[in-house]
Structure formats: structure tokens, C-alpha cells
Design a protein around this ligand. Structure first.
Ligand SMILES: NC(=O)c1ccc[n+]([C@@H]2O[C@H](COP(=O)([O-])OP(=O)(O)OC[C@H]3O[C@@H](n4cnc5c(N)ncnc54)[C@H](O)[C@@H]3O)[C@@H](O)[C@H]2O)c1
Length: 275
């Protein structure tokens, strides 16, 4: 791949996706700044590390200096209590975004989540224009992040791409993930669109590979040039074998968000059937 001269900041670099992404970012961009709460020591040439909490304004101001684009993965990546979600994903993302704006960072790619729209029925095929329908405090924080991107794009001209990631893994893990799995190489393709596309203003796309059972119409991603290479159905035996071991979830199996949708759910399924 041709290397291009850009400095990319990767937040949440010590996490699962960050670790998978590092070699792909290195194959394309000239300088990568890794950031996380957890120390990273196995640095490659052209990688550097700066430790920092997303809510620490001084640390974020420092980290954003000289950066062309941010790939923002850092934060709470599953459901949590409100204080944790608020700290990492609301206050943390706001602090990072403001620091990025003050430092003149041109672009931000945001790791949003399927859980921003997890209360939709699995029988609905939705597009990014469908209203948000969070399935958790975590999903709500992702809807906030998408709205923050919209604000900074419209008010300040930051170019933003929110990727509603389904699930990153080597193979789809179960029936639900056959609809929303994404291979890291396909995710990297979407990230490249966020970092490089000349006409990007503010877009939301679904982060899924070429999945025949997708719940989502990913037209905006395809219009931006996304051409996923990996197919969930190539791993159908693996996914269905795991699914048998997991067993049913009477509430969660109705919803795109799965167990995030059924957690803390009380009342009657009828009340949400099935707008
Ligand atoms: N893994 C998936 O399939 C998936 C699906 C949908 C969305 N996402 C989103 O993608 C991103 C990365 O996911 P992941 O699976 O690698 O998560 P992860 O939990 O493995 O990594 C998140 C990283 O963020 C860091 N972090 C947490 N709070 C922080 C703070 N306050 N300041 C600085 N760093 C902090 C953690 O130390 C961790 O290394 C997350 O934002 C997640 O919500 C992931």
C-alpha cells in the first residue's frame, strides 16, 4: 500500500480493535500516535505512545498537537453504570473533540456502535436516516458521540465519519453476528474513507462486511467507495455451532442489539412491536 504523509492519533490503542488496527494504520500512514490509559510498550518504528485519560483536558490538548486525523476507539466498550459511561464516552469524547478542534485537527473517525440502534427489530432493515434507538446507556453514549460529530462538522468544519460497528472478530460468533460481523480489513477500509475521502463532511455508516443477512442498508458507505471483501456466510457453520451452545434469549433474540437489548428490559414486548 502506498504510504501517505499523515499523522494519525489512535485512541483506545491498547484495546482489541486498536491492537488489530495498528499494523494496518502503519501500512498506510507515516506517523501513528497511540493513546490509552493502559501502557503500550511494543512500539514499531513510526509509532509513539502518549498515556492519557480522555477526560484530562491537558493530556488531550497535548496529544492532539500536530495531528491530521483521529481514529477514536477509546472509552467504555460495553454496557456499564452511568458514571463510567458518562466519564469515558460523554465527558471523555467531548474533551477530546474540543481539544481536537482547538488544535486544528481536520478529521475524526468515531467508533460508534450497533447499540445506538439496538432496539430495532431484527425484522427491520434500517438505514442511517432511521432515528436512533439505543439499547443501553452505552448505546446512548454512542448516539451522543454521533451527534457531537455532527455539531463539530457543521459549526467548525471538522470532517467526521461515525462507523456503527457491528462486531469485529476473526469470524462471526453467532446468528446475530452473521448479520453484523466486520473483518478488521473491511473496518480499515471504512477508516481510510474517514481519514482520506476528499468530500467527507459528516457521515454515519454501518460497520459490517459483505453480509447477506445484514439488518442494514449501507448505501452511504457504498457511495463513499466502500467495497467490503469479507463475507459472513463463509463462516456460517462456525457461527451456527456457537449459536447452538449459547441457546435462546426470549427477549434479546427479537432485537438487533441482542443481550444488550434484553438486559434490564421490563414489561411487554408488545409496546415496541414493531415500529
Ligand atoms: N469490538 C467491537 O466489535 C465493537 C463493536 C462496536 C463498537 N465498538 C467500539 O469500538 C471501540 C474499540 O472497541 P474495543 O473492542 O477495542 O474496546 P476495548 O475495551 O478492547 O478497548 C477500549 C480501550 O479504551 C481505553 N479506555 C477506556 N476508558 C478510557 C479513558 N477514559 N481514557 C482513555 N482510554 C480509555 C481502554 O483502556 C481500552 O484499551 C470502542 O469505542 C467500542 O465501543 C467495538
Amino acid at each position: 500500500m502506498t504510504e501517505i504523509n499523515k499523522t494519525v492519533l489512535l485512541t483506545g490503542a491498547a484495546g482489541d480493535i486498536g491492537t488489530r488496527l495498528r499494523p494496518l494504520l502503519l501500512s498506510r500512514y507515516s506517523r501513528i500516535i497511540l493513546s490509552d490509559l493502559q501502557e503500550i510498550t511494543d512500539l514499531a518504528d513510526r509509532e509513539s505512545f502518549q498515556k492519557g485519560d480522555l477526560v484530562d483536558k491537558n493530556a488531550m490538548d497535548d496529544i492532539c498537537k500536530g495531528v491530521d486525523a483521529i481514529v477514536h476507539l477509546g472509552g467504555q466498550s460495553v454496557e456499564g453504570d452511568w458514571d463510567t459511561v458518562n466519564h469515558c464516552n460523554i465527558q471523555g469524547m467531548f474533551t477530546l473533540m474540543e481539544a481536537a478542534h482547538q488544535a486544528g485537527v481536520e478529521r475524526l473517525v468515531f467508533a460508534s456502535s450497533n447499540h445506538a440502534i439496538g432496539m430495532y427489530s431484527r425484522n427491520r432493515r434500517i438505514c442511517v436516516d432511521s432515528k436512533v434507538r439505543p439499547d443501553s446507556r452505552y448505546g446512548l453514549s454512542k448516539a451522543f458521540g454521533e451527534a457531537l460529530c455532527s455539531l463539530y462538522a457543521d459549526k467548525h468544519g471538522m470532517r467526521c465519519l461515525s462507523i456503527r460497528i457491528g462486531n469485529v472478530a476473526d469470524k462471526p460468533l453467532d446468528l446475530r453476528r452473521l448479520s453484523m460481523w466486520i473483518h478488521i480489513e473491511d473496518l480499515f477500509q471504512l477508516i481510510q474513507i474517514g481519514v482520506e475521502h476528499p468530500d467527507l463532511h459528516n457521515e454515519i455508516v454501518f460497520g459490517c462486511s459483505q453480509n447477506d443477512r445484514s439488518f442494514w442498508d449501507n448505501g452511504p458507505a457504498f457511495r463513499l467507495g466502500y467495497r467490503p471483501k469479507h463475507k459472513a456466510e463463509d463462516h456460517v457453520v462456525h457461527a451456527m455451532t456457537n449459536q447452538k451452545e449459547t441457546g435462546p434469549d426470549a427477549i434479546g433474540d427479537n432485537f438487533q442489539g441482542g443481550t444488550f437489548s434484553s438486559a434490564e428490559f421490563d414489561g411487554d414486548l408488545e409496546r415496541i412491536r414493531w415500529s
